[in-house]
Design a binder for this molecule. Structure first.
Ligand code: THU
Length: 140
């Protein structure tokens, strides 16, 4: 648990909270906001968007990442994830995989409704991740 967070991290969390306010979670009512920061310092934020065909809904983290990648970004430093839950909102398995592959071993900051902040390296959330290194092994 990180008690003293830097202003830069608290600003990232504020961006995620701002995004969460726009969440399109009309089925689960579980609002999530995410903000990802590039190595150059740019921030891309997003919220979860749900479909009436529930499985087509998309998490805030992946939308934030894909928005950044669409804008031409490829180097990332950290992501903040917020929700309205009492517990820390940890990224789902699919987001862990996609973030690890496309953003690398970034810092993940999670918050809870008590205002506490937890920091973990992404690699600790997805140990021994499957990556293109294995996929392409033996092909070249
Ligand atoms: N959700 C996220 O956006 N990120 C997470 O880390 C966990 C889950 C969304 C997906 C769905 O819209 C809602 O939260 C409930 O699962």
């Amino acid at each position: 648990m990180s008690k003293a967070i830097t202003q830069s991290v608290s600003e990232l969390i504020a961006s995620a909270n701002e995004a969460k306010e726009k969440s399109e979670a009309k089925f689960s009512h579980f609002r999530v906001g995410a903000a990802i920061k590039t190595e150059a310092g740019d921030v891309y934020s997003a919220f979860n968007i749900e479909s009436s065909s529930y499985g087509l809904s998309m998490c805030a983290e992946r939308i934030a990442l894909w928005t950044a990648i669409t804008a031409g970004e490829s180097k990332f430093k950290r992501i903040a994830i917020v929700s309205d839950a009492k517990d820390f909102c940890t990224p789902c398995g699919a987001c862990r995989q996609v973030l690890y592959e496309l953003a690398g071993d970034i810092e993940v900051y999670m918050t809870n409704m008590k205002g506490e902040v937890k920091k973990q390296k992404l690699s600790s959330l997805i140990p021994e991740a499957f990556t293109s290194k294995t996929l392409l092994n033996g092909r070249d």
